[in-house]
Design a protein around this ligand. Structure first.
Ligand code: FES
Ligand SMILES: [Fe+2]
Length: 365
C-alpha cells in the first residue's frame, strides 16, 4: 500500500513520550524511534542502525539524553541522525553512518510526525483541536490497536448511521438510523453532519450527559475529516426541541495512524470545559472509558472483519454498493486519493529511502 507522505501523522499522546525514555512506533510501514532531548524537544529517527540493523530503540539514551547509543555495538547517533561516536578501532566515523530523521511537532497534547519532504513540514497544516488544550479543558484520552486498514476507520467515523445497528445498547438510540446526513467539502477538508430528532437515548448517554432518563432528545454529530485520518467529532445532545447551544456539548477526536496496511493505531479523546467545575474531570475520564466498550467490542471487530473480507483487494475494485450515508466517506476517500496521486505525480517527490546506507569499509570486503 502507498501512504501519503506529505502530511502530519499522529505518533501518540504527548505524555507517552517521557524525558529519558524512547518510544518505538511503526508508521507507514517504517520503524521510527522517538525521544526528547535535554530541553524536552521531541525527535524522530529511523529505528534501524546502519551498521548491523539493530533497532536503535533497543539501545539507550546517552550524552545527557541528547543522543542514542545503539544497543549492539555502541555507535551513537545525534538528533540530526548522524553518527557522533564510534567506540571501535581508531574511532573514525564512516561517512555513511547516519539514519534518516523526521520533523516532529508537539501540538494539541499530541505528537505529530511528518513522513515526507522535510522542507514542506509546516505545523500550520496540523488540524486544530483546541479542546485538547489542558489549560482550559479536562481531557479523557485513550488508544487502541486495530488490525485493519486505517481508511476503513475514517469510513466508520464519517458514517455514524451505524450507531443504531452496531451500538444498540451503548451509543445508538432506537431512532438513530432515521437521522439525516449532509456532506460539505472545504478545500481538502470534509464535513459530515448528522442530526437525529426526538430520540430516546441508550442509558449510557443519559448517564454521561445528566439528562433525565427516557427524555426525548435531539442529537447532532458533526465530523470534520482531514488527511490522512484526523477527525474532530462534535457530539451534542439537547432535550428535544431545545436549541443545540443549551444542550450538552462534547468535542471529541478520532485519530488514526497506519502502522502498516493492515494495522492501525487509534487515538481518541473527549473534552469537558474546566469551567464546568472539578466534577467534570472525573466525568471526562469516565465517559471516555464508557466509549471504550463499544469501540473495543463493537467497532473494532466489525472493521477488522471488513478488512479481512477485503483480503488485500482495493476498496473500489470490490465495487461497493453505495448508499446516501456513504457520501462523506466517499468524499474523504476521493480527497485522499487525489492527494496521493498528486504526490506521486510530483516531479519533486523526494526519494523515500528505507534508511539503509551503503557500506563504508569496502576494504573489509
Ligand atoms: S548494529 Fe548498531 S552499532 Fe552495530
Ligand atoms: Fe461505532
Amino acid at each position: 500500500m502507498t501512504f501519503l507522505r506529505n502530511v502530519w501523522y499522529v505518533i501518540g499522546w504527548a505524555d507517552e513520550l517521557m524525558p529519558g525514555q524512547m518510544l518505538a512506533r511503526r508508521i507507514c510501514d517504517e520503524p521510527l524511534v522517538f525521544y526528547r532531548d535535554d530541553t524536552g524537544a521531541p525527535h524522530a529517527l529511523f529505528d534501524r542502525c546502519p551498521h548491523r540493523f539493530a533497532p536503535l530503540s533497543m539501545g539507550k539514551l546517552c550524552d545527557g539524553g541528547t543522543a542514542i547509543q545503539c544497543g549492539y555495538h555502541g555507535l551513537r547517533f545525534g538528533a540530526d541522525g548522524k553518527c557522533i561516536h564510534n567506540p571501535h578501532g581508531d574511532g573514525r566515523i564512516p561517512a555513511a553512518a547516519a539514519v534518516k530523521t523526521y520533523p516532529v511537532v508537539e501540538r494539541w497534547s499530541l505528537l505529530w510526525v511528518w513522513m515526507g519532504d522535510p522542507a514542506q513540514a509546516d505545523p500550520a497544516r496540523i488540524p486544530a483541536f483546541p479542546f485538547l488544550d489542558t489549560a482550559d479543558w479536562y481531557v479523557g484520552k485513550a488508544q487502541m490497536e486495530i488490525d485493519a486498514n486505517y481508511v476503513l476507520e475514517s469510513d466508520n467515523i464519517l458514517d455514524l448511521s451505524h450507531i443504531e445497528f452496531l451500538h444498540p445498547g451503548t451509543l445508538g438510540g432506537g431512532q438513530s438510523g432515521e437521522g439525516k446526513t449532509t456532506v460539505t467539502v472545504e478545500g481538502q477538508t470534509v464535513w459530515s453532519r448528522r442530526v437525529i430528532r426526538g430520540e430516546i437515548l441508550p442509558p449510557f448517554l443519559y448517564q454521561a450527559t445528566g439528562l433525565p432518563d427516557q427524555a426525548l432528545c435531539d442529537r447532532w454529530l458533526d465530523v470534520r475529516w482531514d488527511a490522512p485520518a484526523s477527525m474532530y467529532l462534535q457530539a451534542d445532545i439537547a432535550l428535544a426541541g431545545t436549541p443545540r447551544e443549551q444542550g450538552i456539548q462534547t468535542p471529541q477526536v478520532h485519530l488514526f495512524t497506519p502502522a502498516s496496511a493492515g494495522k492501525t493505531c487509534y487515538f481518541y479523546a473527549l473534552a469537558m470545559p474546566k469551567a464546568l467545575g472539578a466534577w467534570a474531570e472525573d466525568a471526562a475520564h469516565q465517559n471516555v472509558m464508557g466509549l471504550r466498550e463499544p469501540f473495543l467490542r463493537e467497532d473494532k471487530p466489525m472493521v477488522e472483519a471488513q478488512h479481512r473480507a477485503l483480503a488485500g483487494r482495493s476498496f473500489w475494485d470490490m465495487k461497493p454498493v453505495l448508499l446516501d450515508i456513504d457520501a462523506p466517506a466517499v468524499r474523504a476517500r476521493r480527497v485522499l486519493d487525489q492527494m496521493l496521486a498528486a504526490e506521486q505525480a510530483s516531479a519533486n517527490e523526494p526519494a523515500i529511502t528505507d534508511g539503509q546506507q551503503p557500506q563504508d569499509r569496502h576494504d573489509l570486503l
